[in-house]
Design a protein around this ligand. Structure first.
Ligand SMILES: Nc1ncnc2c1ncn2[C@@H]1O[C@H](COP(=O)(O)OP(=O)(O)OP(=O)(O)O)[C@@H](O)[C@H]1O
Ligand SMILES: O=P(O)(O)OC[C@H]1O[C@H](OP(=O)(O)OP(=O)(O)O)[C@H](O)[C@@H]1O
Length: 271
């Protein structure tokens, strides 16, 4: 967070006794009284950083999480999960049109020009109105602008816009009215969707290769080794970091492991 959400977020951190000093122009601040680092990022980038698991917790608007999700290829999950509604930063992403114009319903914008900073959500919204599947070409022309979206209608660039409304002042000053809501938003605390960084790796291996295999899969504490009903063979199960699993499987194969399986861990309490 940087702008709109910044003040309330700083108050939240102060109220949680998270003490830090942010140097001018630096995006990272080390917390003095806890073993954590704070990273200040644009609200729109937070779902990406948290989703990649590079940042453990993030504060951003629900609208930003939704925009990020709407941009993902079908079937792919965002990797971001809402943990808590923080209550502040309330606003609505709304479809707006000139107050004096002839448009009163969002479906009248189908096939016309729409300007927004939230292209993915707008695409999904109009795809639904047009009865199109995700990824199918729309007849509505949705264009991205980074700011001052509200000026687009007066400038003749758009027949309607999709933009955030908080007090409604900007919208009214631009001679616009809201005719539909795409997303209602507040600031949310998000974390990576899969808190578990590990998968369980299981394989069978000749006993004389066990030492070599255990070096590859040492586990969090130690691997579990069970005897097989076949002489000189053992079964091993061990936690492996997800991002290492492909390399680990290759290395295990090289030392003679067979029947290598990886299992997702649905939940865990390991501390
Ligand atoms: N009036 C508003 N205008 C824009 N965003 C608002 C408004 N009210 C609440 N918000 C929320 O704030 C979020 C934007 O947060 P913020 O302004 O901190 O963004 P930023 O990109 O980090 O900052 P900046 O734009 O200053 O770099 C929006 O996605 C929305 O959830
Ligand atoms: O309903 P309101 O309380 O008036 O707030 C909404 C306005 O605030 C935001 O713009 P911002 O001021 O961040 O500037 P921008 O137009 O350059 O994005 C948003 O895009 C709206 O234009």
């Amino acid at each position: 967070m940087e702008g709109r959400l910044q003040q309330a977020t700083l108050e939240l951190l102060a109220g949680s006794d998270i003490q830090f000093r942010r140097e001018n122009r630096l995006d990272i601040a080390l917390v003095k009284n806890m073993d954590i680092a704070l990273i200040f990022l644009p609200a729109a980038d937070i779902p990406t950083f948290v989703g990649e698991g590079r940042v453990d917790l993030g504060i951003t608007g629900r609208d930003q999480v939704a925009e990020h999700d709407a941009n993902l290829p079908e079937g792919e999950t965002s990797g971001v999960e809402e943990v808590l509604d923080l209550g502040f930063g309330g606003c609505k992403l709304q479809v707006q049109v000139p107050e004096k114009g002839d448009i009163s319903e969002a479906k009248q914008l189908v096939g016309r020009n729409v300007v927004t900073s939230f292209t993915s959500l707008s695409n999904a919204f109009f795809a639904k109105l047009e009865g199109k599947a995700a990824g199918e070409k729309l007849s509505t022309n949705i264009k991205f602008v980074g700011g001052s979206v509200e000026a687009a209608c007066a400038l003749g660039v758009a027949d309607g816009i999709v933009d955030l409304v908080e007090s409604g002042e900007t919208m009214r000053a631009a001679g616009l009215k809201a005719i539909d809501t795409v997303v209602e938003s507040t600031a949310v605390l998000v974390n990576p969707e899969t808190p578990t960084k590990f998968v369980l790796c299981q394989y069978n291996i000749p006993r004389d290769q066990l030492v070599a295999a255990c070096k590859i899969t040492p586990g969090k504490r130690a691997p579990t080794v069970t005897a097989l009903e076949e002489e000189n063979w053992v079964a091993v199960s061990s936690m492996v970091e997800k991002k290492r699993i492909a390399t680990v499987m290759d290395e295990l194969t090289k030392v003679g492991a067979v029947d290598i399986l990886t299992l997702n861990i649905a939940n865990s309490r390991t501390n």
